[in-house]
Write a protein that binds this ligand. Structure first.
Ligand code: ATP
Length: 314
């Protein structure tokens, strides 16, 4: 669907992108992860045809962005870091306006705008002036304008930045929902965010693509999580009991001594549900958990190595 080949971009002395290549498959939600200055905005601006690359190619369904910019841009809806809103227009007027710019058939515009208002939960705000909207609703309006013309590919630059926690959750849920119908590429500097939403992750650092992870083959679209545990084994076989919990893949490295059982528990999906199940089961077995710690997965290791722990937890 979307392919980037050997993208390189230099601003004077700064090499913002250095030979970046990747593919995004149809209906994939791909996260482009990197700290400030990693090159995310530059990459997305080139991919959406807003800026020419120094070197390299952007292909959409095999068409080259530089050779067929008009046809390629029709396939992409773009939310830049600052949504391009006309503050004096109402939400509805603005979406009609963007539809006309995107050459949506005049007779189809009302129904199309209705669908977009529904998808972005903006129906109640349709008559509000854009300049009067809260940051969260402005971001929804920004996503709504990206949907005008029904482009198959959505490119979103840091869509959750500057939002409060509730708005962040709403926008993340919206992106996951949009991923059912669109191919989505979005940038973020928050590892947990891309792990939560994406089926694929690209890590950019100082203009280079340093890691790619495809998570689509894993259960629940989530990564494996591993815990180290120490449990007081007062009665029954604790490792055997933990093995029977849904979501537990493997219990290994079992060591027993002084009534304690130390083990490593591999779970599929994110750990919260599995940890709750482990807690209830062990509590019913009268087996207190003395220690439970999550081991980092490979993606966390890569991200923390290049960014430093503090930023990854932001
Ligand atoms: P942020 O999250 O802060 O927006 P980013 O990952 O999107 O960061 P870019 O904005 O693409 O990164 O910037 C990549 C590098 O290029 C940075 O070092 C930045 O300072 C530099 N840069 C970006 N735009 C320009 C410009 N117009 N002129 C000169 N240097 C630039």
């Amino acid at each position: 669907m979307l392919e980037v080949r050997h993208l390189t971009k230099r601003y004077d002395r700064v090499l913002a992108l250095d030979d970046v290549s990747f593919r995004v498959k149809e209906h994939q939600v791909m996260g482009l992860l990197g700290v400030n200055g990693a090159g995310k905005t530059t990459a997305l601006s080139i991919i959406t045809g807003c800026m020419p690359p120094g070197e390299g190619q952007v292909l959409l369904n095999g068409m080259d962005m530089q050779e067929q910019p008009r046809a390629c841009r029709r396939l992409i809806g773009f939310l830049p870091e600052e949504p391009p809103l006309y503050n004096e227009m109402t939400v509805e007027e603005y979406l009609h306006f963007v539809c006309r710019l995107r050459e949506v058939e005049k007779t189809e515009i009302p129904e199309h705008v209705e669908e977009i208002l529904e998808k972005t939960a903006l129906k109640d705000m349709r008559r509000r002036i854009l300049g009067h909207l809260s940051r969260g609703y402005r971001q929804r309006a920004g996503i709504a304008q990206a949907l005008c013309g029904a482009p198959p590919v959505l490119v979103l630059d840091e869509p959750t930045v500057g939002l409060d926690p509730r708005q962040v959750t709403e926008i993340r849920e919206m992106i996951m929902e949009l991923g059912k119908e669109h191919t989505v590429l979005f940038s973020s500097h928050i590892l947990t965010e891309v792990q939560q939403i994406c089926s694929g992750i690209l890590i950019l650092h100082q203009g280079r693509l340093i890691h790619e992870a495809d998570m689509s083959g894993l259960e629940d679209g989530a990564e494996k999580q591993t815990y180290t545990m120490v449990v007081l084994e007062t009665e029954g076989d604790v490792p055997a009991a933990i093995r029977s919990i849904p979501g537990v893949r493997k219990v290994r490295g079992i060591q027993r001594g002084e009534g304690r059982c130390r083990m490593t528990v591999e779970c599929s999906g994110h750990g919260d549900d599995v940890r709750v199940r482990i807690f209830h089961l062990l509590s019913s077995m009268n087996a207190p958990i003395l220690q439970l710690s999550a081991q980092r997965n490979s993606l966390e290791d890569v991200f923390l190595r290049v960014t430093g722990e503090g930023e990854a937890k932001s």
